[in-house]
Each structure stands twice: as C-alpha cells, then as structure tokens.
Write a protein that binds this ligand. Sequence first.
Ligand code: ATP
Length: 429
Amino acid sequence: MEKPDLMEKIISLAKQRGFIYPGSEIYGGLANSWDYGPLGTELKNNIKALWWDMFVRQREDMVGLDAALIMNPMVWEASGHVSNFNDPMVECKKCHERYRADHVKGDSCEKCGGELTNPAQFNMMFRTHLGPVEDERNVVYLRPETAQAIFVDFKNVLQTSRKALPFGVAQIGKAFRNEITPGNFIFRTREFEQMEIEYFIPAPKDDKDWEEPFKAWVKEMHEWIKACGINPGKVHEFDVPKDELAHYSKKTIDFQFDFPFGKDELYGLAYRTDFDLKNHFKEAPYKTESGEAFWPHVIEPSLGVDRTLLAVLASSYHQEEDREVLRLTPKLAPYKVAVFPLMRNKPELVAKAQTIYQDLRQKFMTAWDDRGNIGKRYYSQDQIGTPFCITVDFTTLEDSTVTIRDRDTTRQVRIKVGELEGYVREKLN
Ligand code: ATP
C-alpha cells in the first residue's frame, strides 16, 4: 500500500467508525484539533490503562501522580520554559527544527534545507489569566509538559510514599504547546496527552551509575512497544547528537517510528541529570538513612498518548482482499467480543443471543449486531478490531454451543456457551 494512502485510509476509517473526528466540525473545525469518538476513547483509555498497569501497578519502585494542569508561573520560570522560548523564532516547515530568528543566516533550514516560517515572537506555552482580572500580575500557563509537576511535588511524594532511591513517579495527562506547524493528523497537535515517568536515581559517582539504569529504560521502552502492538520493525533508536541535546539533557534517545507520512519521533528517553530538582530545590531534597543529602538524578521516558495511538493504528491496519482489519492487540481493542443472532427475525434466536450478550457485557466490552448478514457483521467488527465474534444459530438452541470466530485467522470453532468467558479471557491474556 502506498504510504500516503495508508494515512488517508486510517483517517477515513477513524472518522467513519467513531475513533477520531475533526474537532468543532459543525463550526467549520478548528485547525488541527481532533475529538476522540466512542471507540477512540476506549482505545485511548486502554492504552493508558495498559501503560499504568505495566509501569505503576506491576512495579514496586513506581508511584503515580495526577497534578494540577495550571501551576504557579514560578514553576515555568525555574524550569527555563518562560525564558527559553521567548525569542523571535522561525520554524522549518518540513522538519520542525526551530531557530532563533537572529541566529539564522539564510532563508532555508540549516538541517534539511526546508522553507522557514516568518519570524514570530512566541513562547510555546499557552497563556491565560487566573481570576477575573486580565492583567500581567495574574498570567498563568497551561503546562507544556507533565514532567515539571513531578519535580515540584518530589518531596511530598517522597515523604508520603516512603520510597527510597531508585524509584519513579508516573503521570498521565494533557499538555499544551502552541506549535507553529501542527499537522499529520494527531501526530502534532497543540493539545495532546503525555505519559511520563521521572525515574530518580542516586547522584552518580561515575558514568556507569546512570548508564545502567538508562539502558534498562531503553529495554523497557521496547517492551512497551511490543506490549501495545506497535510494529517493532518500524521503530528506530536515534541517539541525539551532543550539539542537538536539550539544555537539560546529557543523553537522549529518540524512539522514531515509520509513520505513514515518514519517520518521526514517537517517544523520547532523556537523562536529565539533577537539572530540574536543582532548579526547584535550594536545599538537597533527598537524604539517605546515613544522613547524606543530595539532589537525585533523573531518567525520563516520555511518551505521547496520541502518537502511540497513531502508531498502533498504523501497525494494526491491514487491507486484505475483501476486508479491512485492525489487528489490535486484544487488550487494546475497544470491543473484545461481538454477539450476533444468526437471523434477526427469529425471536428464539434473538432471545438466546440477548441472554449471552447481557451476560458477556458484564465481563467484557461486548458489541451487539443483528443488522444485515453475518458476512457484513464480520466485516464491520474486523474494521474496528474486535478479536472475537459469536454467532447464535439453531444448533445453539439444541445443545447450547455457539460459533466463535477469530478476527485474525477468520477460523471458527464451536464451543459451549458456558466456556465462552474462559475462552475469551485466556486469549486476552
Ligand atoms: P517534537 O520534536 O516532535 O516536537 P519533542 O522532542 O518536543 O517532540 P518532547 O518534549 O520530548 O517532544 O515530548 C515527549 C513526547 O510527547 C514526544 O515524544 C511525543 O510523543 C509527545 N509530543 C510532544 N509534542 C507533541 C505534540 N505537539 N503533539 C502530540 N504529541 C506530542
């Protein structure tokens, strides 16, 4: 399949089936804003739940946080966000590299030769005012990343969770950046969601002390990529060269993905040293049992929820001769099963199918479909990635067995109604 074609197909399927709609559509839309529909919301929630389970619930060295989105503006002064983005900037329309306008020599991007935008005095942070009076004294910002709250709350978390180094704090939430060149569907938007971890380690005595946990996180990132069904063959590690590192980073690996529009950043993994904690805490915020006080260092795996969802869709979308199928990993699929009566005009079939449906929907996200013929219903469930379809037919009425059809193999087996739950549960795990 031609690559741009794949993007169009994903966008069209997403809209048609209620995964993602253009935002504010009846008012003509709002540039690059997108709304997650009923199935998109399920998929997104499943992605976040899987991540939370894997990195918070299953680990003893991690705790969660859900901080306020609008923080004291002093946070953004201390972090460098207020001053770092306040210059007139130009941005490459092609690779999104940003330059201070006064640093640029020609009119094309030094990195890729792309065309540059006109200079704009911009800070990527969205500003608003706290309270009814709009003056400079009550300017606040919508957070441009979830990370800073984790640093600001570091001592609170430490005292209340009684964790000892190394340990991590995870957070999922919205972030806002007034990007000059958003685009590529949900890849780059001005409002997006992040899943971030700040993993705190003792102040390193030598490079090995941070390189080892950093490597362990590289491995974790790949485990996650596998677990959520992103095609690992399309993921590439990019070791960001020293002169391109963010001011706070000693090492960054970008995890790039072959998106349908080209290779671009999916996730980042950065060794942020003690930069952030030193900005926020004058006194060393961590003390060992023996009384040694210091500023812990931090490794940051930073993941975009929306980019994950796009990579998941791109990895799972397949077009076969007569069907479109989303081969979503069953844990992420919006519906786990669908139940069909063979015919909608046979009340005894419908009644039996309803009993099965009402029972299963207490246990799994379950769809009901009695429209058209069975082939059309399979097609419809394949398109949204439902792993199993159950059909109630006349044999069901005699011996309480149903057919269950597998999305990926399209094979059907006949099993007892009483075995359905166990069958689906086993496949989900
Ligand atoms: P880019 O270079 O693409 O602008 P970045 O390096 O600025 O990204 P980070 O600050 O490292 O991004 O943010 C961490 C993660 O948050 C990214 O890897 C990405 O998954 C996600 N992310 C960042 N900006 C956006 C955006 N505008 N829209 C959607 N997701 C984003």
